[in-house]
Design a protein around this ligand. Sequence first.
Ligand code: HEC
Ligand code: HEC
Length: 357
Amino acid sequence: MKKILIICICFAAFGVVTLAAVYDESNFSALGRLFEPPPEGYIIGKDNAPGRGTHHPSENCGWCHGVGGRAEHYLFTMAGTLYSDRAGRAAVKGGEIIMEDREGNIISMTTNESGNFWTYAPVASDPYTVSTYHGHEPFVPLYVLDADGNLVQPAEPDDPRTLKYKTWTRKGNSARHMVSIAGVGGGTATTTRMSCNMHHGGISAARGALWVGNGPTLDAYPYSNLSYRKHIYPILRSNCAPCHIPGSTITSMNTKTDHDILSTAVDYSNGLDLMTYEGSAVVVPIYDAVIPNRVIGSKTVSKVGVESVVDTVSPGQSLLLQKVVPGALHGGGAFWEESSLDYRAIRKWIAEGALKN
Ligand code: HEC
Ligand code: HEC
């Protein structure tokens, strides 16, 4: 059932060309517009703010650029650093960060030579914001409803926790979709400013970073005898992990819409787990339909693995490769050109028999 639902959402997403999207509550639920391609038709970098801003790349800008911080004169609505890979090895210069708020306003920033970006552009407030501690209880509505469920008092628009957006990162043909929505102010404090670097950590957790994935995962690959463990797994791990993992993911609950649906357990993978060769079967919790985060049982989620999307007879025809080149219809977006090192490494490994070596 869930699988069918996700497929339908993707078809709907690709069929619609949105310029200035009209707000629809379902857009800002855990599943809403999850895999929508990045918006088009605006000026790239239009929301870049002045300054050099080359310092502290990968750190949480909100530490100092927050109320009471050392740099509180510069109170950004959003800031962060963009890297070319998830491990945060190389900063991306001239990459784009796109945000779309709940009123359909597009905010576009480009990165400087340290990969940093920042903006003061306003982000629309969600009158139905629920305050949570990192998506968990206690759930405190910041709005007031009357007995009939009508909105009597919206959440305070100046409270940064109510500023809601979705985001994408893009460089050339490479675009990343964000997998859930977020508020600008994290935590429980009304003054907190978080930066993207706070939540989008590199693999080692030593750095925080958003990543756009236009660079190769490894610096070099051998001409032959490619190894699944040494070469192929790291590519899939650093690019496909946000979605093609075993089991399902729980997203934060931060608007009323999230509380109206049965569960925020989302499976982004379409039944494909690229973190394992044979596939996986993991036991995941089933959540109560009314009480958020109350576990009432468990079930097994089974997925196919890497071996089921390779074609050793015609390597280039492998779904693993065809799905993720520019122009292909893929919920996760485009990852590499046929000339890219990672693409060529995977293709070679498939041609050599796609062994679990
Ligand atoms: C450890 C503290 C700290 C962190 C972390 C920090 N900054 Fe700053 N930033 C400062 C201070 C201090 C100033 C100068 C404030 C003043 O003049 O009042 C400043 C000023 C700035 C300015 C304006 C001056 C200029 O350089 O053009 C920008 C832009 C800026 N920071 C961007 C960022 C970004 C983007 C991040 C996150 C990647 C970040 N900062 C992280 C402390 C910090
Ligand atoms: C942001 C989430 C996301 C990321 C990241 C992502 N994908 Fe996907 N992928 C999806 C979704 C959603 C589908 C199902 C819809 C579709 O076919 O486009 C899918 C489907 C696929 C399929 C087809 C599965 C089938 O049985 O039809 C393949 C193959 C695939 N992805 C490969 C990859 C590879 C390789 C990567 C990393 C380089 C990757 N994906 C990264 C979301 C993602």
